[in-house]
Design a protein around this ligand. Structure first.
Ligand code: ADP
Ligand code: ZN
Length: 720
């Protein structure tokens, strides 16, 4: 090949052709450096016939500069990139950029320099230096990342380097990872588990595409059943990818993995430091990496010989990415399995309706684990009707729940209270003038966080200190907290059960793998009596002494009435209920609600999952909602409200008139202001037969908008 077509990351430019200089060898998938004007850019060599562009005459071609020393992206991965871009109406370049997640880090040598405190003191201590030295205890990273960590400028740190306070450490990017051993410790599986594990293992050995829905109740031992096919893949010298919904859960998983395979897997998530990220990327691309456990972005890594993909807790919303390329990792995982010709296991105790439907129609193979491992029983579920059993004034926990919690404390057992609201109170207002604290950048109230003494926006991160007087009327001591968050519930528990050891578990308190590991260790050792947490506590954890789960407000998720409200509520409550009674002692669940008659609550109380799914299926069928019809959203945003509105009108005004497509809007989006951008939205509801993506591309591709306007397409939006 003496001409190469590149997919480049500057999406505005489209694909470009280059000349391959004599002696340079490239093939499709090669990652190369090319000149662009006076700059150098990175691109991926692509099959020219799959990437149409204007032909450039031979004499105008500029030569490629170099081929980067990483293996070419495999064809299966290039097909996945094309599919993802096509299905989600995203730019090829944007998807490809996710694959080369470490971008510039691909270049350069296999040694990198990191810095750490040497123990020496600076010649002159300044406040900045003190802050940095305090923040960087036990840290080692690049100057840039250390500066971020310590919130000081890079200049401050360079000063410390010059004085020998920070010392350089050479890091070998290509040092191998410890080897996982497929037969390190083999657990004895139950008959039920063996049957499931054998089915998976056979599929791994067959080396064919095979999507599975592993539908197993909480505590049935799903993990053990997919560890066996993982072992089989390892014996075959193949790589395995496990997607987990939450980084806080990874710690517990890693320990189990290590117990079974004798070495930790490679972890991949967005907050890895650059040396780790680069090391992992290269090991994955070379095929040396055996098992990768990661967040959704791990799906787009350049595995050399993937043998199995597992998506655990596959129903989780965190698999849906809602910015940039708006994809659902659960669905892309199945497509990756298709291109790689390997099995994909979607595991859940509360599968998404879409997944169940795929299983029912025979596209996915359903395998079931209907009972808990080791004879543990599913917990008893009781309803606390808050309209009859009222909590005391200013409190949120009903007497019956409190009584049961006290009983657990006496017995030395654990209780867990679930409320999906971080912070102390979701709304702060002035009792004198009614002023409400709102985020200046978003249509959202500021949430009071008492632990950190902040009012903060959960959408953009804006924070202020609660003022002493009302900013509107100037009245002192007039601010009242409205409604409960987990911190407030924890305060209530401390009041009614003095001496109880309470842990608040949210993304604020478990914001690092170390903190997550610390919490799990304490909870397992019985050093915590009451856990109060958000959705973070609904999944994964296994605490044998936990025998009571209280759902503080089951109605919370049903408000707003979006498409998935009922399903989400069902999943969250069933998952959190699944934390109770996983050991020898039976569990009990109390659900506080004002609407015991709501179908989802009634189904939960009766423990009748089928009833819930049947009712939900009918509702979706009537609404033409997934899996029976399809939805897409067009989100138009700008910092200028008028500009956003005008663009939305222009889109609305050119809507196609098609028999199998209904178009709603434009209307202000549910978050009409988000991170300083005004947002409008159109919703498209299409029959399954409609060529939804083509319709959207034809419609929007013909329109031009001002610079500041962003138009995003969300295919299969999660909620609206
Ligand atoms: P699930 O993911 O289905 O909720 P887990 O895989 O977390 O269930 O298993 C629940 C508990 O049972 C875990 O503590 C696990 O270690 C234990 N367990 C499951 N299967 C076995 C087995 N075959 N032998 C020993 N312990 C098991
Ligand atoms: Zn905000």
């Amino acid at each position: 090949m003496n001409r190469a077509r590149l997919l480049i990351f500057n999406a505005a430019l489209g694909p470009l052709d280059y000349r391959v200089p004599d002696g340079m060898v490239v093939e499709p998938g090669s990652v190369v450096v090319a000149p662009l004007g006076p700059r150098q850019i990175i691109g991926i060599v692509w099959e020219a016939e799959r990437l149409p562009t204007e032909p450039v005459p031979e004499h105008k071609l500029r030569p490629l500069i170099e081929v980067l020393p990483v293996p070419p992206l495999p064809a299966q991965l290039r097909r996945l990139i094309e599919w993802t871009a096509d299905y989600y109406c995203a730019r090829l370049a944007s998807v490809a950029r996710m694959v080369l997640a470490s971008g510039g880090a691909l270049r350069g040598p296999s040694k990198m320099i990191e810095y750490r405190l040497s123990g020496a003191e600076p010649e002159r201590m300044t406040p900045q230096r003190a802050v940095a030295m305090d923040a960087l205890q036990n840290e080692q990273s690049t100057i840039r990342e250390l500066a971020d960590l310590a919130s000081v400028s890079e200049g401050v740190l360079r000063g410390l380097v010059n004085q020998g306070v920070l010392e350089p450490v050479e890091v070998d990017i290509d040092r191998p990872y410890p080897k996982a051993q497929p037969d390190f410790a083999q657990p004895k599986l139950s008959a039920e588990q063996t049957e499931v594990a054998d089915r998976f293992t056979a599929a791994v050995k067959a080396e064919e595409f095979a999507p599975f829905l592993l539908d197993g109740v909480t505590g049935s031992g799903k993990t053990e059943t997919y560890f066996e096919p993982m072992a089989a893949a390892l014996r075959m010298g193949k790589q395995v990818l496990v997607l987990l919904p939450e980084i806080a859960l990874t710690e517990a998983f890693l320990r189990r993995f290590e117990d079974r395979f004798g070495a930790a897997p490679i972890v991949w998530h967005s907050s890895l430091k650059s040396t780790e990220r680069r090391r992992a990327w290269r090991a994955i691309a070379s095929g040396d990496a055996q098992v990768v456990v990661g967040a959704r972005s791990a799906l787009f890594l350049p595995y050399r010989r993937l043998g199995l993909i597992v998506v655990d807790e596959a129903h989780e919303v965190s698999f849906k990415q809602d910015e940039g390329v708006r994809y659902n990792a659960r669905d892309v995982a199945v497509m990756r399995g298709h291109f790689e010709k390997i099995p994909v296991i979607l595991a859940s105790a509360t599968p998404a309706l879409e997944s169940l439907q795929m299983a029912d129609s025979g596209i996915y193979e359903k395998v079931e684990l209907p009972s808990r491992f080791g004879g543990a029983t599913l917990p008893d579920i009781g309803i606390v009707n808050l309209t009859e059993e009222k909590p005391e004034r200013g409190r949120w926990l009903a007497p019956r729940l409190v009584e049961q919690m006290k009983l657990r404390l006496e017995r030395g057992e654990q209780s867990l209270l679930f409320l999906n609201r971080r912070g102390y109170a979701p709304l702060t207002l002035c009792r004198n003038c009614g002023f409400r604290f709102q985020c200046p950048n978003c249509s959202a109230w500021l949430v009071e966080h008492r632990l950190s003494q902040r009012l903060s926006c959960h959408h953009c991160g804006h924070e202020t200190q609660p003022p002493a007087t009302c900013p509107e009327c100037g009245e002192p001591d007039c601010l009242v907290a409205c409604g409960p968050g987990v911190e407030r519930i924890a305060d209530e528990v401390a009041e009614i059960m003095p001496g109880a050891r309470i842990a608040v578990v949210t993304s604020d308190t478990l914001n690092s793998p170390e903190k997550a590991a610390d919490f799990v260790a304490k909870a397992e050792a019985g050093a915590i009596d009451v856990i109060v947490g958000t959705q973070l506590v609904t999944k994964g954890f296994h605490f044998p002494e936990l025998t009571l789960v209280g759902v503080v407000d089951a109605d919370l998720g049903l408000e707003g009435g979006d498409l998935r409200a009922a399903e989400r509520t069902y999943q969250q409550v069933a998952q959190v209920a699944g934390r109770a009674g996983r050991g020898a002692k039976p569990g009990e669940v109390l659900i506080q609600t004002r609407h015991p008659e709501a179908p989802v609550i009634a189904a939960l109380a009766a423990g009748d999952r089928d009833a819930f799914y049947e009712a939900e299926t009918e509702a979706r069928r009537d609404a033409g909602a997934p899996p029976f019809g399809r939805w897409a959203a067009i989100i138009i945003s700008s910092e200028d409200e008028n500009e956003a509105k005008e663009a939305a009108r222009a889109i609305g005004g050119t809507r196609p008139n098609l028999p199998d497509v209904a178009i709603l809007g434009p209307a202000p989006a549910p978050m009409a202001l988000l991170r300083g951008r005004y947002r409008y939205r159109l919703l498209i509801n299409a029959r399954r037969s409609a060529q939804l993506q083509d319709i959207l591309r034809d419609w929007l591709g013909a329109l031009k908008f001002p610079q500041g306007v962003r138009v995003a397409i969300d295919i299969d939006p999660y909620s609206f």
